[in-house]
Write a protein that binds this ligand. Structure first.
Ligand SMILES: C[S@@+](CC[C@H](N)C(=O)[O-])C[C@H]1O[C@@H](n2cnc3c(N)ncnc32)[C@H](O)[C@@H]1O
Length: 384
């Protein structure tokens, strides 16, 4: 979350909305004709926008957030399986041995462990759980949880104690989840919610959910608005289990230079981009020096992934609306945001104060030993 001192010294940060529109239009124009478009620059995690020459102020904050959300919404609303296939293909081709499926599987095992610990009978009454799957896509997260209940000894009965609230903005994807759940041997209660997460939460009573699960969704949210709303929507002992991708490759425009080259941009295009954002030789290396080994490895893996995704999309063309800019952030930034929004993620504190975590070994759970790129983070609501 550091200001790029070089930029701040010599360039005035922009904050007026017409100026911000100009920056957004420039980035779109410079990428025209590439196999993959960036989407709005306001998709990037808000804490990094200063490095892009943008100041978030009281006056422009809502506009910036809405602009980013619209770009994500446009990307996903028409999405069929094509975008998912391209993502899965790119994960494989870039040599990432663990993908969304593995994130869902670690998330699911964590959820079953938590539910088992939390579901002891209280005064003769068996506890039930309202669980929201936020950004359910085609249902992989909820299905992974049900599969994990089936495959672990003695946990299948948990399903009858759970009511799943499957939230997803795309109708097509929701339909798919419906079909898949109809075919699943476990039959928990279920409600389908066709909505954007933030909108839904604004219309939800406080303390509605016992648990929120979400995989590969929060890196589409540039501001932490959803985290504060999620905390309010959770019961007093509510927990959240989030699988996600963590990199800092969009923290500074210098990172885009090798990506533009990889996407086939000409030298002139790359130079226009460098001039516009006042990128100097060594800027990217300077950012990288500030990172931990785990963060640097995550960025290297992300570069390979974007390159492979662009390859996948060369064949798909306009059928996919996938964009490359995302609200990826470092794991440390995410943990900081969770803390600021009123969530506990520290393992020792979780074990001490929340019964769901009594026998849990580690948090966050890293999928890759030497990289932060894919992690499952559990977070419990701090009651003030
Ligand atoms: C990469 S997919 C992950 C789907 C699923 N969780 C999984 O693991 O397979 C991301 C999903 O998040 C949804 N999404 C993106 N922004 C969202 C938002 N603001 N509110 C709710 N869902 C959102 C998209 O529609 C998409 O289906």
């Amino acid at each position: 979350m550091r200001l790029n001192e070089a930029v701040s010294e010599c360039v005035r940060l922009k904050e007026a909305i017409p100026e911000l529109e100009e920056i957004d239009a420039f980035v779109t124009n410079v990428c025209r004709g590439l196999p993959m478009m960036p989407g709005s620059i306001f998709r990037i995690a808000a804490q990094y926008l200063e490095n892009w020459g943008i100041s978030i102020t009281h006056a422009n904050r809502d506009w910036v957030e809405a602009r980013g959300q619209k770009s994500y919404h446009d990307e996903w609303k028409e999405g069929t399986g094509e975008s998912n296939d391209a993502i899965e293909g790119a994960i494989e081709k870039s040599g990432l041995i663990y993908g969304n499926k593995d994130l869902n599987s670690v998330l699911a095992d964590t959820v079953v462990q938590l539910l088992t610990n939390m579901s002891d009978t209280i005064r003769g009454r068996s506890r039930t759980f309202a669980i929201m799957d936020a950004g359910a896509g085609t249902g992989d997260t909820t299905i992974a949880i049900l599969d994990s209940m089936l495959s672990s000894v003695g946990t299948a009965a948990l399903a009858s104690k759970c009511h799943f609230y499957i939230l997803e903005p795309s109708f097509k994807r929701l339909e798919e989840v419906y079909k898949r759940l109809e075919e699943h041997p476990l039959k928990p209660g279920k409600t389908f919610i066709a909505s954007n997460l933030e909108e839904h939460l604004r219309n939800t009573r406080n303390e509605t959910y016992d648990m929120v699960v979400s995989n590969a969704v929060f890196h589409h949210m540039g501001f932490p608005t959803h985290l504060k709303l999620l905390r309010e929507s959770l019961a007093k002992d509510g927990v959240m289990v989030v699988g996600d991708w963590y990199t800092s490759v969009w923290q500074h425009p210098a990172y885009l230079v090798p990506i533009l080259r990889d996407l086939g941009a000409s030298d002139i295009t790359v130079r226009r981009f460098e001039n516009f954002f006042h990128i100097r030789k060594g800027d990217m290396e300077e950012q990288e020096r500030r990172l931990t080994k785990h963060q640097r490895e995550a960025n290297t893996q992300m570069f390979s992934y974007v390159s492979a995704l662009a390859d996948e999309l060369r064949g798909v063309g306009s059928k996919s609306q996938l964009c490359f800019l995302e609200a990826h952030e470092s794991l440390d930034d995410r943990l900081g945001k969770l803390k600021a929004a009123g969530f506990e993620t520290d393992m020792a504190e979780l074990k001490r104060n929340y019964r769901g975590f009594i026998n849990m070994k580690n948090n966050p759970r890293h999928l890759y030993q030497k990289s932060d790129i894919a992690c499952v983070v559990s977070a419990a609501k701090i009651c003030r």
